[in-house]
Design a protein around this ligand. Sequence first.
Ligand code: THU
Length: 130
Amino acid sequence: MEKLLALAKENLKNSYSPYSHFPVSAVLELKDGTIFKGTNIENAAYGLANCAERSALFAAYSSGVRKHDIRRLLVYTDHNYFVSPCGSCRQVIRELMEDDAEIILANNKGETKVFRNQELLPFGFTEADL
Ligand code: THU
């Protein structure tokens, strides 16, 4: 956990957030210890912003990673409170991580809050509904 937190903090500088000035960093850890990182990437067309959580997951999936490979995702912002994944990210996390995988929220006080994937999006729409 300490290592993931340190990586997430260090990665915050890579956020491209000139509009919100709200950098977010996410670190994805695989079961074999491999790390993928993501940040929020914004755009002058504001609606095209990609959140840090999705950036990390998409980077991993783009390299061939699949949900059974993933252990946990840590989300960090430089605030003294917890920032929680948005609805779009919850939907993507729901599909791209295992139901009981951990999503860890971390703040700049060193505090963490751990959720299971299914807790973040109860009664979510999934491939099972199709
Ligand atoms: N953002 C994330 O990257 N992750 C979250 O969990 C919440 C919001 C980003 C989107 C946007 O670039 C900025 O934070 C402000 O909403």
